[in-house]
Design a protein around this ligand. Structure first.
Ligand SMILES: *Cc1c(COP(=O)(O)O)cnc(C)c1O
Ligand SMILES: [Zn+2]
Length: 387
C-alpha cells in the first residue's frame, strides 16, 4: 500500500518490494520494509482507529499487503493488555504491572501475527509452497495460515518439540518432518532443499514480512496506553522478531507524529540453558555467537543463533534496557505463580518474564510506580509435557 522499498538492516542496500526477497544479497542480513509514512499518516490517524476492526489489519497503511483480497486472517492481534493486581502485590516494590496476553491470538501464540503478514504477502506474490524451521508455535501458525491460503506448508521441527505443536500441524494440513537436532539444524535443511523443491523460505527475518506482522504489538501498546508508552517491556526472546518489530514500530509512530522520542527500556529474557543474546549483551558484542548445547523446556527460547541478533542488541542498548537469563526451574515455577494469582495459564516463555522482573527489581533497574509490561507470548496448554 504505502511500501516504498525494502532496505537491508545492516548495509542499507535497497531492494524492490513487489518481488519475493529473502536475505540481503550483499551481506546476508535481514531486509526491512520501508513506507511512505507521510502518506500513511494522511489516513491512518489516532482517531481513525476508533472505527476500525479489532485486529491487527486495522494498521493496514503501515502493513505490506497491496490488495486487501490477499489478506489471510483469522482475526489476529489487538490482544488484551491485562492490568495485574494480585501478581503486582507479590513483588517487593509497588509497580503498575501489565500482561500483554498474546495467548489469545489464533493458534494460541503471537506467531499468528507474523504469519498473517508473511502468508498474505506470499499469496500476493504468487507463492504456492512455503517452508520453515520452527521450535513449535511458528509451525502451528504457518500450517494454519497456509491451509487457509490454499498453500502447501513444509515444516521442520526438533523431534522433542511439544507434542501439541506437532499434532496441531498434522491436523491443519502441513507436511511435518521431525529432526534430531535444534531449530538451527532445521533451518539448514530448509535452506538446502528449498530451491529444488520450489519452497519459499518463511524462516523468521529471512523474509521481510513476519516482523511487520509482529511490529503491530508496538502499535497496540501505544494505543492501549493512550499514546504514552510504558517504562519497561520484558520480552522472552528467541529470534527476537517481536522486539525488533516493536522498536521499528516506535520509530514509525514517531515519524507519523503519534508519539515523542520517549522509549520504553527493552529487556530480553532468555533461559540459562540458551542465552546467546544475554551473553552478547553483557560482553558488549554487536553480534551473538552461537550457543552450544542449547537446552530449555521453553522451546520458543531455544534459538542458539538469531539472524537478527544485532538488531535485538542495538534495540536493547539504544533503549537503555538489558538482557537477563532465568533458570528453567524459575520459569516453570512462575507459570503456576502467575496462574494462581491472575488465572492465566501462560506459556513457559512468557512466565520467564516474572523471575526476570524480580532480578531487575533486585538490581534497582526498575523503580517504584513504573509501568511494566510482560509479554505472555503463548498458551500453557500447548506445553503439557512441562507440568
Ligand atoms: C517464538 C516464541 C518466542 C520467541 O519469539 P521471538 O520473537 O522469535 O523472539 C517466545 N515465546 C513463544 C511462546 C514463542 O512461540
Ligand atoms: Zn546488506
Amino acid at each position: 500500500m504505502n511500501v516504498t522499498h525494502l532496505e537491508c538492516a545492516n548495509c542499507h542496500k535497497n531492494y524492490e518490494a513487489n518481488k519475493l526477497q529473502n536475505l540481503c544479497k550483499e551481506c546476508g542480513k535481514p531486509l526491512l520494509v520501508r513506507y511512505d509514512l507521510e502518506k500513511a499518516a494522511e489516513t491512518l490517524t489516532k482517531d481513525s482507529l476508533k472505527l476500525r476492526e479489532p485486529n491487527l489489519w486495522r494498521y493496514s497503511e503501515v502493513l505490506p499487503v497491496e490488495n486487501e483480497e490477499n489478506i489471510v486472517s483469522f482475526g489476529e492481534g489487538l490482544t488484551p493488555l491485562l492490568k495485574t493486581k494480585n501478581l503486582a502485590e507479590k513483588l517487593s516494590i509497588k509497580l503498575n504491572l501489565f500482561i500483554k496476553d498474546e495467548s489469545q491470538n489464533p493458534t494460541q501464540s503471537f506467531k499468528a501475527r507474523g504469519m498473517t503478514a508473511a502468508v498474505s504477502m506470499a499469496k500476493e506474490l504468487g507463492v504456492k509452497k512455503v517452508a520453515a524451521p520452527s521450535a513449535g508455535n511458528a509451525a502451528g501458525a504457518l500450517s494454519a495460515y497456509a491451509s487457509r491460503a490454499e498453500m502447501q506448508s513444509f515444516l521442520f521441527m526438533p523431534s522433542d518439540t511439544p507434542r501439541a505443536n506437532i499434532i496441531e500441524c498434522e491436523q491443519t494440513g502441513a507436511d511435518v518432518t521431525l529432526v534430531d537436532g535444534l531449530i538451527t539444524d532445521c533451518g539448514k535443511i530448509v535452506a538446502e532443499r528449498k530451491d529444488a523443491e520450489g519452497w519459499f523460505d518463511v524462516s523468521t527475518l529471512k523474509e521481510p514480512y513476519r516482523v511487520e506482522g509482529k511490529k503491530t504489538m508496538g502499535y497496540e501498546l501505544a494505543e492501549q496506553f493512550g499514546w504514552n508508552l510504558p517504562d519497561v517491556i520484558l520480552y522472552p526472546t528467541g529470534g527476537g522478531t517481536g522486539l525488533i518489530g516493536m522498536w521499528k514500530a516506535f520509530d514509525e509512530m514517531e515519524t507519523m507524529g503519534w508519539i515523542d522520542s520517549f522509549r520504553p527500556r527493552l529487556v530480553s529474557v532468555q533461559s540459562i540453558g540458551c542465552a546467546p543474546i544475554v551473553r552478547a549483551f553483557h560482553e558488549g558484542d554487536r553480534f551473538a555467537t552461537e550457543w552450544s548445547n542449547a537446552e530449555t523446556v521453553a522451546s520458543g527460547l531455544r534459538v542458539p543463533k538469531a539472524i537478527g541478533d544485532f538488531l535485538i542488541l542495538d534495540a536493547l542498548r539504544q533503549s537503555n534496557g538489558t538482557a537477563i537469563a532465568v533458570s528453567d526451574e524459575e520459569l516453570i515455577n512462575a507459570v503456576k505463580e502467575i496462574g494462581t494469582s491472575e488465572g492465566l495459564f501462560c506459556a513457559p516463555e512468557g512466565a520467564a518474564c516474572l523471575p526476570a522482573l524480580r532480578k531487575l527489581i533486585e538490581q534497582n533497574l526498575v523503580k517504584e510506580n513504573e509501568r511494566v509490561v510482560i509479554f505472555n507470548t503463548g498458551a500453557g496448554v500447548k506445553y503439557l509435557e512441562c507440568f
